[in-house]
Design a protein around this ligand. Structure first.
Ligand code: IPD
Ligand code: CA
Ligand code: CA
Length: 279
């Protein structure tokens, strides 16, 4: 093993860097920053998203020149295959929350080697909660090791879902998930896919669904959830392609299995599930 592939070193460096970047983001609250839109008026990006991505790219390039980086703001590499070590980086997940609320956003880093998730970090900056793991050694929130997920009763579950997916929309028929909402204890929507996936891993939520996420949104969360025995698939129960935009359904294994069998599969069988594939 060389320095370039020593995951324990990579893990320790990433933990240090993510906390350093978090401090810089908090400091930015006192300064003014510019806000732009990207693909649509609700797709926001600030100088801080860009600065944070550049901070990690400089660190990674200096310490691990052989690694590749797929970052949301596009300062990393053009990644088209999974060979070697790839950092999937979302410098601020939940930019709309960052701009409107200055809370409920996270830095998300998933590190994969030849397509296999090895290290994950999701840092809820304002709560100072770092969800992290190196594959096989368990999930931690800061220094506290977390238990594996236990089966849950459907009537006692919480699902994170955006109201968009159970009202008229152009991606999924609202009849897929709306009957489920009557059977579970409640729904939540935090506006940060990374935080929602970290919460599933921590057992604070039992599931999370989204119809269009990018690799930097889900790469870290997938590793964290699988580390505690949770399941991550596309909404129609297929393996997630780590390099592409995907529909995402993640959860506690018992919840995921029940929802697939009793809600999603019947919707697919009756042909009213997906209106438009995610791409
Ligand atoms: C967004 C957030 C949001 C999810 C969107 C993502 P961003 O990421 O995770 O919760 O619903 O699909 O794009 O743009 O704030 O990094
Ligand atoms: Ca994101
Ligand atoms: Ca982002």
């Amino acid at each position: 093993m060389t320095k370039q592939t020593n995951m324990e070193n990579i893990y320790q460096d990433a933990k240090r860097w993510i906390r350093e970047a978090g401090k810089d983001i908090i400091a930015s609250f006192k300064t003014s920053y510019s806000i732009d839109t990207k693909s649509n008026p609700n797709d926001l990006v600030t100088d801080i998203d860009k600065q944070t991505e550049k901070f990690f790219i400089e660190k990674i390039n200096n310490h691990y020149p052989n690694h590749r980086i797929m970052g949301e703001e596009g300062f990393g590499d053009q990644v088209e295959d999974t060979s070697g070590i790839i950092w999937f980086l979302d410098p601020i997940d939940g930019t709309m929350n960052f701009v409107h609320q200055q809370t409920n956003f996270a830095i998300s880093i998933g590190i994969y080697e030849d397509g296999i998730g090895k290290v994950a970090l999701i840092y809820d900056v304002t709560k100072d909660e770092l969800y992290h793991c190196i594959k096989g050694e368990g999930l931690f929130i800061n220094d506290e090791k977390q238990a594996a997920l236990n089966p849950v009763e459907l009537s006692e579950t919480l699902l994170a879902i955006n109201a968009t997916w159970v009202t008229e929309n152009h991606r999924i028929d609202p009849r897929t998930f709306s009957p489920l909402l009557k059977k579970i204890r409640g729904t939540r929507s935090y506006g940060s896919a990374a935080i929602e996936m970290a919460y599933v891993a921590a057992g604070r939520l039992d599931g999370y669904v989204s119809l269009r996420l990018a690799p930097w949104d889900f790469a870290a969360g997938k590793i964290l959830i699988e580390e505690v025995g949770g399941i991550c698939t596309t909404v129609d129960n297929k393996p997630i392609d780590i390099l592409k935009k995907n529909t995402i359904f993640v959860g506690n294994e018992s919840f995921h299995t029940h929802v697939q069998k009793n809600y999603i599969q019947p919707a697919i069988d009756q042909n009213f599930y997906l209106k438009k594939p995610s791409s």
